[in-house]
Design a protein around this ligand. Sequence first.
Ligand SMILES: C[S@@+](CC[C@H](N)C(=O)[O-])C[C@H]1O[C@@H](n2cnc3c(N)ncnc32)[C@H](O)[C@@H]1O
Length: 159
Amino acid sequence: MNISIVTIGKLKEKYLKQGIDEYLKRLSAYAKIEVIELPDEKAPENLSETEMEQVKEKEGERILSKISDDTHVIALAIEGKMKSSEQLAKDLDQLATYGKSKIAFVIGGSLGLSHTVMKRANDKLSFSKMTFPHQLMRLILVEQVYRAFRINRGEPYHK
Ligand SMILES: C[S@@+](CC[C@H](N)C(=O)[O-])C[C@H]1O[C@@H](n2cnc3c(N)ncnc32)[C@H](O)[C@@H]1O
């Protein structure tokens, strides 16, 4: 399985980078995984609704330019569907069974994901109703994807 994590905005915090690198290393035993980090648009506090949409659309174009037509896209969004770790594991297993070998998880920038990206997404995944910063979201995501592979292999994992 080829998994890409397409994100807007730089990973700056060293403590998060260390955690993410650790899970990416562990995950490499189960799948080919790459992180595509794309630049964010400047988004000052005083933007109008229209300007905020424009920022998201520009970032969205960058995201979609990195995703091929045959990729199954899972957009991370607060308003998406909440799942258990076991359900995510099952979903990834089923995608593999149905020959979907390319999966892209997409994490938005400070304003979230554009309508265009949300329309392209095959699934919308929520990790809770709370808002996480995109850098922390990346760490949580790689841990959950790692957990999913461990579950699917029947390998021991802390509950
Ligand atoms: C700082 S958040 C953006 C917040 C923005 N106001 C919104 O409503 O999307 C940055 C990105 O992290 C991801 N994210 C943050 N919290 C999330 C959650 N609870 N579930 C799923 N994704 C989340 C989303 O991809 C979001 O676009």
